[in-house]
Design a protein around this ligand. Structure first.
Ligand SMILES: Cc1cc2nc3c(=O)[nH]c(=O)nc-3n(C[C@H](O)[C@H](O)[C@H](O)COP(=O)(O)OP(=O)(O)OC[C@H]3O[C@@H](n4cnc5c(N)ncnc54)[C@H](O)[C@@H]3O)c2cc1C
Length: 485
């Protein structure tokens, strides 16, 4: 008696290690407006809003914070709070977060009809809570094509950068990529910069020096709390339209949403001129909500018995996703973990990036991250059309018998900026939390395929020039293909 058993000793040790690890992380919750559950809505005084924003993600949070400076804003987010979730906050849990299938997961598994597995954010802060955290200013051409005011865009960048962007202390894997890119001719070296410049650079990251993730939700600290109401677990299932007196067309006047207990609510815009519903529910959630609300191709709406507000052929069309092709490089020893820090940008719109060291601890090998894993890709042995959630679960069961050495290594990735291949989105049902059927037609356009081949050839050059096939590696490298941001 009086002795601590081995199991208890290790639990105490693990707890102390956790406390040590947590120290030094800038994990204090920022001073935010209250984040209330959607069910609280009926208990509070109903007021009309100048802006109702649907989707508190990467775009929705800064938009709500900025608009609240002058206007009454309601922000509705279908997910919960990112604060207190270690899978979101800690860089080492990046891949675990992506494949969390629990009810309150910040990530919703999603498989396109092309058979490519991905995740949709379902949390305040949106994609910034589950993504790889790389930060860069936009390509100037992109800003011009979008028709934005370049000066205003340039003035806006520091607002975000001062709040949630950090410089990475680059990991050895990232330094090796930097050297390899330069040797392979992806030059000049532009050093540490947020700007989108051709050549090789080190960009910003939303992970701080201690590996703690800062998200778009933190940007709500810049809001005027008297003007902003944030509701969590508020799933908007309809934009409400009405024909205003003296008008012929219907206008959006409010939204209908469900709370965390399944209770129904409605919120309305003020009568002020210029009041608006802003749909910032992501590339999939936004067209999905328009369709559910009655805006879209007549034939599609009819299939689901949705009353037509406006026949518009374009809703759900032109869906595209930047394809990511990755080369896994096994190593003898586990490399230090890193997410995207170094990037090579070619004038042809190919991005070369890298990540290292995920999925190699005992915990993460046995966790449920299957073929949705950020590290082991799509398991190319499963044909695309057979990549279902059941296939993921089967794979995870088999994965448990793999030795952990298989996961030692890292990736070099090639992405295509602005793919020319496009597809479409159609509803499966009228539930905003279901996944619609989305087809991206990856590499259908010959130029996308040509750029993919160029990217992979550049990676091959880097591997050879960096001598990866020599003393760094014990095993041959193989290729996997998956999609990402
Ligand atoms: C694995 C991965 C890695 C990535 N890595 C990077 C990276 O390193 N750097 C980078 O710049 N980009 C990256 N991206 C892309 C980036 O995260 C997205 O482009 C960005 O988050 C999109 O922002 P958004 O505001 O359009 O949508 P989101 O941030 O997804 O926000 C949409 C929000 O709307 C909510 N919503 C949806 N429907 C409803 C509804 N009906 N009612 C209420 N709320 C709703 C969702 O829950 C979500 O929070 C990555 C993406 C993925 C998936």
């Amino acid at each position: 008696m009086g002795l601590i058993s081995g199991g208890v000793f290790f639990k105490i040790l693990a707890f102390l290690c956790f406390i040590r690890l947590s120290q030094g992380r800038n994990s204090a919750t920022p001073d935010l407006p209250p984040l209330r559950k959607a069910s609280s809505f009926s208990k509070i005084q109903h007021e009309a809003y100048d802006y109702i924003i649907v989707g508190g993600g990467t775009a929705g949070c800064p938009l709500a914070a900025t608009l609240s400076k002058k206007y009454k804003v309601l922000l509705l987010e279908r997910g919960g709070s990112p604060y207190g979730n270690r899978n979101i906050s800690y860089l080492e849990n990046f891949h675990i977060c992506l494949t969390d299938e629990s009810k309150n997961s910040p990530s919703q598994g999603f498989i396109s009809t092309d058979g490519v597995i991905n995740s949709r954010a379902k949390v305040l802060g949106g994609g910034t809570c589950i993504n790889a955290g790389f930060y860069s200013r936009a390509n100037r051409r992109f800003v011009k094509d979008a028709g934005w005011d370049e000066e205003l865009v340039n003035q806006s960048y520091p607002w975000v950068e001062e709040r949630i962007v950090y410089w990475p202390k680059i990991a050895p894997w990232q330094a090796a990529l930097r050297d390899g890119l330069l040797e392979a001719g992806v030059s000049p070296y532009n050093g540490y910069t947020y700007d989108h410049l051709f050549g090789t650079k080190v960009g910003g990251t939303i992970f701080d020096e201690a590996g703690y993730r800062h998200t778009a939700a933190d940007l709500l600290a810049a809001a005027n709390p008297d003007n902003l109401r944030v509701l969590l677990h508020a799933s908007v299932n309809k934009v409400i339209f009405k024909t205003r007196h003296g008008h012929q067309k219907q206008s959006a006047i409010g939204v209908q949403f469900k709370d965390e207990n399944g209770g129904h609510h409605q919120a309305f815009l003020s009568q002020k001129r210029g009041s608006e519903i802003i749909v910032s529910a992501g590339a999939i959630g936004s067209p999905q909500l328009l369709l559910i609300s009655g805006i879209g191709p007549r034939s599609e709406l009819k299939k689901h018995n949705i009353s037509i507000v406006l026949h518009n052929e374009h809703v759900g069309k032109g869906m595209s996703d930047n394809p990511l092709s990755s080369v896994f490089i096994p190593t003898k020893d586990p490399p230090k973990q890193s997410l995207i820090e170094t990037v090579g940008i070619t004038d042809d719109g190919v991005f070369i990036e890298a990540s290292s060291g995920f999925g190699q601890t005992g915990d993460s090998i046995h966790c449920h991250h299957g073929i949705m894993s950020a590290e082991i890709g799509q398991l190319s042995t499963i044909p695309p059309k057979e990549r279902s959630l059941e296939a993921v679960h089967k794979y995870v069961r088999n994965k448990k018998s793999l030795p952990k050495e298989v996961f030692h290594g890292g990736f070099i990735l090639s992405k295509i900026d602005g793919p020319l291949s496009t597809g479409n989105l159609v509803l499966v049902d009228t539930d905003p939390n279901s996944n619609p059927n989305v087809t991206f037609n990856y590499f259908k356009h010959p130029q996308d395929l040509r750029r993919c081949v160029y990217g992979i050839k550049t990676i091959e050059k880097i591997i050879i020039l960096q001598g990866y096939s020599g003393h760094h590696l014990a095993l041959p490298w193989w290729m996997s293909c998956r999609q990402g941001g």
